[in-house]
Each structure stands twice: as C-alpha cells, then as structure tokens.
Design a protein around this ligand. Structure first.
Ligand code: NAP
Length: 234
C-alpha cells in the first residue's frame, strides 16, 4: 500500500517547482493533496500531473499573504475532512538581491510575509486540525542561506533564519503532542527561483524537483520519531 494512503496533505507553493513535485509525489503515495498558490494555470498543471497518475487533488488559488484566505481554508478543510494530516509550508519568494540599504520596504514586506509570516499563519490556523490527525506532520522549506551571511541576500536570508526559529519553537511547544514538526533545506534545485537567483548557472547541473521528494515523504510518515530538526538534501 502507498505510504501516505488516505492522508490529507496541504502544500503551499504547489503551482510549480518543489511544491508541485512534492504534491505529485504525495498524491502518488496515496494522499489527497490540497494545493495552494496564486497561479491557477500552474495549479491546474500540477493537478493534471496528479490525475495522470490516478491521484486526487483540491485546488485552492490563493495568496498566502492573505490571512483571511488561510483562515477560510482551515474552516473548509475542517468542514470537509475534520482534520489535516500533513502541512508543507513551501511557498517562497526570493525578493531582490541587493545591499540592505537599497532594499525597498515593499520588497522587504513581500519576502517576510511570504517566507515567514504566512508559515506562522499556517501554524495558527491549522494547529487544531493537525492535532485531530492520528499522526500530524508539519514540514517547512528553509534554505542554506538561513545560516550563511552572504552579502546581498538580506531579506531572503533573514526570512529563512526567522522561519528556522519559528519552526523550532513550534516543535518545542509540541514536544509532548503527537505532532512532528521539521525543516527541510532542499539544497540547490532546478526551479524558477533558482534561475532568478543564479542566472549564470547552468540549470542542467542541478537536480530536478522530482529528484528531492524522498525527504518530504519520510517526514510525512506516521512512524516518524524526529521533531524540531533540520534535514538536508545534498
Ligand atoms: P519556485 O519555482 O519559484 O516556486 C515558488 C512557489 O511559491 C510557487 O508555487 C509560487 O506560486 C509560490 N508562491 C510564491 N509567492 C506566493 C504567494 N504570495 N502566495 C502563494 N504562493 C506563493 O521556487 P522553488 O525553488 O520551488 O521554491 C520552493 C521553496 O524552496 C521556497 O521556499 C524556496 O525558498 C525554497 N528553496 C529553494 C531552493 C532552490 O534551489 N530552488 C533552495 C533553497 C530553498 P505562485 O507564484 O503561483 O503563487
């Protein structure tokens, strides 16, 4: 039997890249996947790939920065399924690579709101539903840049460093619950974000998102013991 048979999984940023690949993999492992992102065509393309393998998805076009949409989604998931088994906080933006003094308030807010605040909103709105699962699992996609002070990566790195702490604190708060909460550093992956960040690098040298989904399945497993840890794909 597939390892995620019957599980309900929410994945943000599932319209392309890593989130789309994780959604397709989770569906192939038997989960019903709820796909959140803004780009409807991208969500439909992920849905097509899921259906082609016999899987099932629910599409939720939304901007994760809109807290009322996250609240509505949690209410709808509660009404329809009564619980949530897995949440993958993956949606992310790069912002701009520039000296901190040149970053505009708009770029700063966009990066913090998508990469950090939206993941706290996921925790706030879905915590109760995750606790209704027999084996609630939460995983959040961070970056090697959360631990490396590289010039010009200010907003992105600060947002991911904040995410690391947010997730570790959520895990600490749940040390005595069934919830398992972890971070994933995916390494460099062939996606639109990576091409934007490193336009000079040959994408052919990088793994496709489909090649890094094993760790997501491992952290979604009902028998997982680890919590509050960062897992590296390298
Ligand atoms: P990507 O291809 O650019 O995908 C980013 C995803 O985030 C898209 O589905 C996008 O969907 C979604 N997103 C962005 N803003 C959103 C918003 N306001 N509301 C809802 N969804 C939003 O990038 P990726 O490389 O797959 O990135 C996925 C995660 O991996 C990110 O957290 C990133 O920081 C992390 N990461 C990637 C690499 C790498 O080498 N690729 C390395 C380290 C960490 P819409 O545009 O449709 O909304």
């Amino acid at each position: 039997m597939p390892s995620l048979s019957g599980k309900i999984a929410l994945i943000t940023g599932a319209s392309r890249g890593i989130g789309a690949a994780v959604a397709v993999r989770f569906a192939a492992e038997g989960a019903h996947v709820i796909l959140a992102a803004r780009d409807v065509k991208g969500l439909e393309a992920t849905d097509d790939a899921i259906r082609a393998k016999g899987g099932k998805a629910t599409l939720v076009p939304c901007d994760v920065r809109d807290s009322s949409l996250i609240e509505d989604l949690a209410r709808q998931v509660g009404e329809r399924f009564g619980h949530l088994d897995i949440v993958v906080g993956n949606a992310g933006v790069l912002g701009e690579l520039a000296p901190l003094a040149d970053i505009t308030p708009d770029i700063w807010a966009q990066v913090m709101n998508v990469n950090l605040t939206a993941n706290w909103q996921l925790i706030r709105c879905f915590d109760a539903l995750l606790k209704k699962s027999t084996a609630g699992r939460a995983m959040f996609v961070t970056s090697g840049l959360s631990e490396t002070a590289l010039a010009y990566w200010g907003p992105y790195s600060a947002s991911k460093a904040g995410l690391d702490m947010l997730v570790k604190i959520y895990a600490a708060e749940n040390a005595k619950t069934k919830l398992k909460i972890n971070l994933i550093d995916p390494g460099e992956v062939r996606t639109r974000m990576h091409a934007q960040a490193m336009p000079g690098q040959n994408p052919e040298e990088l793994p496709l998102p489909e090649a890094i989904t094993d760790i997501f399945v491992k952290l979604a497993d009902a028998n997982l013991k680890e919590t509050g840890k960062k897992f590296y794909v390298r």
